[in-house]
Write a protein that binds this ligand. Structure first.
Ligand SMILES: NC(=O)c1ccc[n+]([C@@H]2O[C@H](COP(=O)([O-])OP(=O)(O)OC[C@H]3O[C@@H](n4cnc5c(N)ncnc54)[C@H](OP(=O)(O)O)[C@@H]3O)[C@@H](O)[C@H]2O)c1
Length: 233
């Protein structure tokens, strides 16, 4: 085991949903009136994020992924979390610019805009030494994690700009872009070259969104998560 793996394995995970970060407590009402677009919301973190935004009072949550049955499950969970939060979905592969553009257009037509966009869809391939990887599979990580995130950013970003400017004038927060990165972006885990380089690129992309659109009232955050059970992502 490398020293880097040892360092990572020694991290302590905290799971408590304390008041300040609980959408049913400290964050309740923080998403009031907001329309949230989430890519990759059929399961896992994306599904939990959709439910959390509903709990925090979002006006609408628009969810996308490739699996329609699983999206319907997320839709049910959102409605159970908050009967007043509207929820619609689109079957959409983030690697297709046309599909992402169409889903964003449908969200705007249905709910009147987008205040928060979450590029959560991601792919983690089995870990392998670079010299043993299948080129298509190696590139798939970049296709989903970088190209997919770029598509979500590219097509959602124009929409929060108008409400962000209005909110900023009233002294409240503007549009927000969340991009799911990983602690792996900063690590060098043997066998994880495709995933960890793709997440490193995502962090840089977020910095460019911030520098290109700061004056438009957009704030962009790369979100890092260590899951339980961990996938060492
Ligand atoms: N879980 C962790 O420990 C961890 C740690 C650090 C970072 N992350 C990052 O957090 C994000 C979510 O992770 P997760 O553990 O919740 O993953 P997950 O359970 O595998 O879910 C991935 C989501 O992305 C969607 N997706 C995958 N490929 C897609 C594509 N081509 N087009 C559209 N949607 C696609 C999946 O839906 P469909 O299959 O239905 O399309 C699913 O909704 C990922 O970006 C991941 O890299 C996770």
């Amino acid at each position: 085991m490398s020293s880097i793996q040892t360092q990572f394995l020694d991290l302590t995970a905290h799971h408590a949903r304390y008041d300040a970060i609980d959408p049913k407590a400290g964050l309740k009402g923080s998403a009031t009136d907001k329309v949230v677009f989430i890519a990759g919301a059929s399961r896992g973190i994306g599904q939990a994020t959709a439910v959390a935004f509903a709990e925090a009072g979002a006006r609408a949550v628009y969810i996308t992924a490739r699996s329609e049955d699983a999206l319907k499950e997320t839709q049910t969970l959102v409605r159970q979390a908050n009967a007043e939060t509207q929820c619609a979905y689109a079957v959409c592969d983030v690697t297709s610019a046309e599909q992402v553009e169409a889903a964003v257009a449908d969200c705007v037509a249905t709910f009147g805009g987008i205040d928060v966009a979450d590029a959560n869809a991601g792919y983690l391939a089995p870990w392998m030494k670079i010299g043993e990887t299948d080129p298509e599979n190696w590139w798939r990580s970049w296709k989903v994690n970088v190209r997919g995130a770029y598509h979500v950013i590219r097509f959602t970003l124009p929409h929060p700009i108008e409400p962000a400017a209005k909110r900023a004038a009233q002294g409240s927060s503007g549009g927000h872009l969340i991009v799911l990165s990983s602690i792996g972006a900063q690590l060098l885990m043997p066998g994880a070259s495709d995933y960890q380089t793709s997440k490193h690129a995502i962090n840089r992309l977020c910095e460019f969104v911030q520098s290109d659109h700061d004056e438009d009232g957009i704030s962009a955050s790369p979100s890092i998560r260590v899951a339980s059970p961990p996938i060492w992502g």
